[in-house]
Write a protein of this length. Structure first.
Length: 138
């Protein structure tokens, strides 16, 4: 078994694509528009399946906002230097409606350095510092 993708419902597809490409450094891999079913999909990632997991952004026509609920947590991305990534993306994230919600620092009770970024739809993205991580962000 292998993780293929994670689906996120978004209120503005182009804004979400811009955030994940311009801020998170992902590539837009493909899109599918289904006018009869009234939705559009966009798949993004750091590479294609099956070698890499992808993010599937789903825009349902006419839905501008979703309630995230309390069960969803976050997406995690390995980076070489969490503080450097936060500095590099801070202004771009803010311009697109996202932001840094936790500056880089050690995990409570541990030594692993993490940070959090929130996308324009409110989804959390955890940056986990892993010096060995090959990352487009650092």
């Amino acid at each position: 078994m292998r993780l293929l993708h994670t689906m996120l419902r978004v209120g503005n597809l182009q804004r979400a694509i811009d955030f994940y490409t311009q801020v998170m450094g992902m590539t837009l891999l493909r899109t599918t528009d289904r006018p009869e079913q009234q939705y559009t999909l966009a798949f993004l990632g750091y590479g294609r399946n099956p070698e890499h997991a992808e993010i599937e952004l789903t825009y349902n026509y006419g839905v501008e906002r979703y309630e995230l609920g309390t069960a969803y947590g976050h997406i995690a991305i390995g980076v070489d230097n969490a503080a450097a990534v936060c500095e590099a993306v801070r202004d771009k994230a803010a311009a697109l409606g996202g932001g840094i919600t936790r500056e880089a620092g050690p995990l409570k009770g541990g030594t692993t350095v993490i940070a959090f970024i929130t996308d324009p739809d409110g989804y959390k993205i955890e940056l986990i510092e892993r010096p060995e991580a090959a990352s487009e962000l650092s």
